[in-house]
Design a protein. Structure first.
Length: 312
């Protein structure tokens, strides 16, 4: 009898393990979604570019890996704590209501604990394995994004300008992680990424203006009828980005090939902003978003490639 009972127990255990494995996989997937992996990956690419440019030709893999690990933890913390604070507003928007917290798949306490731990561990890791300056800048990025930008979204449309500061700092984090000083070269990277964000996020805000208004977020298009205002602002920032994007050439970070690439990309980005201004539709808003997503990686790739050619 005991042998039969044990046989039955053994035969049922695999079937019990399958739901457990599925539940664990779904839980891990929800935690991964909290970190916004696509945004985090883009941040790490920018960090690698900043590291390459800030190393003055002294490129080493181990310090870059340490920087990527620490900054990835801080980025995961930023995105998690942002979703923790915006759980109620996310629940009111169609594009975010299925996130782990508003959907109820993860308890808020778990997300808060995860966000705090990753932020603390990431900052400490950078301080001990990279350098104190990078750790302090990473902590500043986290605080500005979570404690300043996120609450301001409910109060003022200026939140976009505030949020663009932590959004542009990853390049500086890579720069300082490689041993670079906070000089004009680092500023040029920051300025490019700072200005690039405005047409991108203004187009997103226009596209989802009803969602933002429903959630009570004071993004510019959600504040009421404002025909052409968002478009004109997008054009102004895209226009300002063109001369600013040439600054790396002035600070000997790149050469003439980069200048050509920056001009072509900048004019293309500006043209998309103009089309959106002339005809504010969902289609032209999406075209502007796609233009921004092409501009960003191609410009950074061109800058990195031309910089490496100068070092040869």
């Amino acid at each position: 009898m005991s042998s039969v009972g044990s046989t039955k127990a053994c035969s049922t255990s695999p079937s019990l393990q399958v739901p457990l494995r599925n539940a664990l996989a779904m839980r891990l997937a929800d935690y991964l979604e909290l970190t916004k992996p696509r945004i985090a990956l883009l941040v790490l690419v920018v960090v690698a570019v900043g590291f390459t440019l800030g190393g003055a030709g002294n490129w080493q893999l181990a310090p870059l890996l340490h920087a990527v690990i620490g900054i990835a933890l801080v980025a995961a913390s930023s995105n998690t704590l942002n979703q923790y604070l915006e759980c109620s507003t996310d629940a009111r928007m169609k594009r975010t209501l299925n996130r782990p917290l508003p959907s109820g798949r993860l308890p808020s306490a778990e997300a808060l604990t995860f966000g705090l731990l990753t932020g603390i561990l990431g900052s400490l890791y950078l301080a001990f394995c990279v350098n104190v300056l990078t750790a302090l800048l990473a902590a500043l990025t986290l605080v500005m994004y979570v404690a300043v930008y996120t609450p301001l979204k409910r109060r003022t449309s200026l939140c976009t300008a505030i949020g663009a500061i932590p959004g542009a700092l990853p390049a500086v984090l890579g720069w300082t992680a490689a041993g670079g000083r906070l000089d004009w070269g680092a500023f040029s990277l920051f300025a490019i990424l700072f200005l690039w964000q405005f047409p991108h996020f203004l187009a997103i805000a226009w596209l989802y203006r009803d969602d933002y208004q429903r959630a009570g977020l004071r993004m510019l298009p959600a504040l009421g009828p404002s025909p052409k205002v968002v478009g004109f602002m997008s054009v102004a920032y895209a226009l300002a980005l063109i001369p600013v994007s040439l600054l790396p050439r002035e600070f000997a970070l790149a050469g003439d090939w980069y200048v050509i690439a920056a001009l072509v990309l900048g004019l293309g980005y500006l043209a998309s902003a103009v089309r959106f201004t002339v005809n504010e539709t969902n289609r032209t808003a999406r075209e502007l978003i796609w233009s921004s997503l092409i501009y960003h990686p191609v410009l950074l790739l061109s800058l990195t490639w031309d910089h490496l050619q100068l070092l040869r």
